[in-house]
Write a protein that binds this ligand. Sequence first.
Ligand code: SF4
Length: 319
Amino acid sequence: MITVNPDACEMAIPDGIFRLEDYTSSKARWCSGCGAHSILHAVKQLCNEQQLPPEKTVFVSGIGCSGRFPHYMKTYGFHGLHGRAFPVASGVKFRRPDLHVFVITGDGDCCSIGAGHWVHAIRYNMKMVALLFDNSIYGLTKKQTSPTSPMGTVTNTHPTGSVLPPINPIQSTLGLPNVSFVAQTVDWKPAHLQATIQKAYAHPGLAFVRIVQRCPVFMHDNYEPTVKDPDAITVLDHEKGIKLSEKELAKFRHVIDHDPSDIVKAREVAELVKKTLPIGLFYQNKEAIRYDEYGAHNMGISIPDRMKAIDHLMDRYAV
Ligand code: SF4
């Protein structure tokens, strides 16, 4: 009789190879069915595919349901103040250009209290991936109107329906100087979500990705029709854009050709949102100026030379 030793059947993982579970910290405590779960999985897959060393990877978040993201990654993380994810991440990247930096922000965090930081982070264009978890509601504080809530949304702050037109984060980002990467995806199309995050990671500057995210607790009626209606989404397809396999692309009824090097067309396509939800790469410019390349590290200035320069400047104030 042959006896099998189960331990002997396990595939040996060579030292230095990071597995998916090596990026997993505590169990995510978002609500059941929340779109944030699929985004977390897609990001872990990216880390695994790229073999990002956990000790060289940093997730910086602000406040909101999305803000809990760094707690669930076994990497470095910073769960900071409301709206301040961009400046903290910019500081990390500027001081430590060797780190892989991710910004996790929500529609309230980015487009309301943090809007000033969002504008300037796009302009500074430091190499990092910014993921906007956009559920169009303040979920953590139990259903208040957010800057991206559609007009007429009934919330605790607008019990008879919100009255202002929402911000379109794609359109707004495309209007900023030195913008270099703008993409949109949805949490419920895993192949597209994964391909978008991979493309964003490969971009040499700040990759801004709006992820339309389901909040089944407070915005059930908002995204449910989009999730169920096969006509609700239009995919932007191009050889320079986010590539899906033929099989995945065939799952969408509406596909349009869009060259992501054309910013004028990108702004037009961003307007489509009134009729359908466009997903894909709107714009990419790999040549945009990167502020992190002007840091002392990247200019090759040694630590003693930096200290000498600081001493020289401070001497001006000697009494
Ligand atoms: Fe997700 Fe909404 Fe629950 Fe927040 S409130 S965790 S966004 S489902």
